[in-house]
Unconditional design. Structure first.
Ligand SMILES: C[S@@+](CC[C@H](N)C(=O)[O-])C[C@H]1O[C@@H](n2cnc3c(N)ncnc32)[C@H](O)[C@@H]1O
Length: 272
């Protein structure tokens, strides 16, 4: 496992990082990044299977994961691909990226990866495509994909399904933090990919993931959302009615018991 920094555009990247992640942003703090890595879900195995099948039915040689974060969505490919590259533009996310022998990380922007044209069999954006400049990133994705390669942008819907009361309390916290609880991006992804004219096949799919967790995990999960963490950064935020109700309901419905967390992954597929 290695972390490389793209020489070209490094200054532009540094400027954009400083403006997007000022020192007081949760995403500039290693403790927040460690929490993120511990509690966010890993992509489900069936998604890996589907993408491998569609990209040719054999083990992919090169998988590129754009907006790789701490590598949760990158290392899942390590047992299946010859080489995996995570591309991430926030250096704090790459402080301790998840390691694997055939995985390398690049500090670069998804729209200027520095990777060879036609080199990727699979390109993924897990929970990251909505952050990126659509036009420039789609052009870069199409450039690095070989013909017949597959691109997948997938996002999990928050919260995972665990319990109706908890669902409602989590939604209230999202609303309090100014976050959209459901995922409206799929239609935009489809439209942008279609309109780019760079792909011969584009469609959406829904995949399912299952993990387990207790009250602490669901509370940590909510805390791992940047906007929620920012609100909780003050004593007033921690005492907010929405937050205390959510943590109380999490303790009442889950406590220390581990229960299934059912995830829905809204997925958009595009073949070059
Ligand atoms: C919500 S995180 C998802 C991380 C990881 N893929 C996962 O599934 O856990 C989104 C990541 O995309 C990164 N990101 C956003 N825009 C980017 C860009 N233009 N180039 C590279 N990374 C980007 C962010 O810094 C962040 O680490």
């Amino acid at each position: 496992m290695s972390v490389r920094s793209q020489t070209s555009g490094r200054r532009t990247l540094a400027r954009s990082v400083a403006s997007r992640f000022p020192a007081d942003s949760p995403y500039a703090q290693t403790s927040f990044v460690a929490l993120y890595d511990r509690v966010r879900p890993k992509p489900p195995k069936n998604l890996v299977g589907l993408l491998s099948q569609l990209s040719g039915g054999r083990s992919p040689r090169v998988v590129v994961d754009l907006g790789s974060g701490t590598g949760l969505s990158t290392v899942v490919w390590a047992p299946y691909a010859s080489r995996v590259v995570g591309v991430e533009n926030n250096p704090t996310m790459l402080t301790h990226p998840r390691p694997a022998a055939n995985v390398a990380y690049r500090l670069a922007s998804a729209d200027a990866t520095g990777l060879r044209s036609g080199s990727a069999d699979i390109v993924t954006c897990s929970q990251s495509f909505h952050w990126m400049n659509a036009r420039a990133t789609i052009a870069e994705i199409a450039r690095i994909m070989r013909r017949g390669a597959l691109f997948a942008a997938y996002d999990y819907v928050l919260p995972p399904i665990v319990d109706p009361r908890l669902d409602d309390a989590f939604d209230t916290v999202l609303d309090w933090a100014g976050l959209t609880p459901r995922r409206p991006e799929t239609e935009t992804y489809l439209r942008n990919l279609h309109r780019s004219g760079r792909f011969r096949w584009v469609r959406s799919a829904a995949m399912e993931g299952r993990e387990t967790g207790d009250a602490k995990r669901i509370i940590d999960l909510a805390t791992s959302l940047g906007a929620v963490a920012a609100r909780l950064g003050t004593a007033k935020g921690r005492r907010a009615r929405e937050w205390t109700r959510f943590t109380r309901i999490a303790s009442e419905t889950l406590g220390h018991a581990r229960r299934p967390f059912w995830w829905t992954y809204q997925t958009v597929l595009a073949m070059k």
